[in-house]
Design a binder for this molecule. Sequence first.
Ligand code: MTE
Length: 309
Amino acid sequence: MHLLSKPLLPTRDITDEKTFVDRRAFLTSIGVGLAAGASVLSPRLAAAAPAFRRWQGEEDKLTPYADVTGYNNFYEFGTGKSDPAQNAGSLHPHPWKIEIAGDVKKPGIVDLDEFLRPFQPVERVYRHRCVEGWSMVIPWSGIPLRDIIARIEPGTKAKFVEFTTLHDPKQMPGQNRSVLPWPYVEALRMDEAMNLLTLFVTGVYGKPLPNQNGAPVRLCAPWKYGFKGGKSIVRIRFVEAQPHTTWNIAAPEEYGFYANVNPTVDHPRWTQAREHRAGEFFKRKTLMFNGYAEQVASMYTGLDLRANF
Ligand code: MTE
């Protein structure tokens, strides 16, 4: 079996935060799109540049790398925000195996690097809104999940996709405590998984995904609260019935299956109307679907978003 030592990244070089921001700011300021960008960037990066411009609102400043990687939720390494950065060194994300299961053409266990090799990575800057009320703006890199699903070829019974995190208390010492039912499980409806925005994330700021952010691969559906983004995924399962997901099992009145960012539906214990963006003093208004209504609202036509929160 051939193993890559480096996780999949959209660029061949590893970019530091300042270079990353300067390069994108420069491209954006001069209005560089794909054609012009191609002359100064590698073809793989140039292909990603329009995606970067497209998903970052004018008002959204990138959250510094130190905050993105230093203030996390990853209960497998502790419940404090700095616990994951401090404790996630015990996770070994390379090599990594993922099980493809359920109603698919070829179920089985694959090596992640081998599995991802044919795909073209993209960079996407997304707003990231935690159900607890904090938010960030994060430049992810990864593979559109729809491309991965197309390759997996699910069958007609597949109505939902379930994502399961590694369960290994030796690597994830927080699993020795029953703060949540382990392993951590999240799931999306098939159309949500196939949405243009949904990303199978392998990197952040042009660097490999740090352990605390869900190495080697995590999910990102940016119109949903952060908890839908399961980390360190070891199984992708295609199923007919709506899966039981971790936070919904732990506290069903507080955390629904859908978890769409919706400022009009409060969490039972606090408002969701406003959020605290990392690095900002004043709270800002939370946007419907986290600002991605244009891309996702049509998926929920006819669905009562108060009952299906
Ligand atoms: N995935 C696993 N396996 N374990 C977790 O505790 N926390 C979720 C989600 N994915 C979590 C997880 C929650 S509540 C949030 S808000 C996001 O990860 C946080 O992602 P970040 O730390 O990269 O900001």
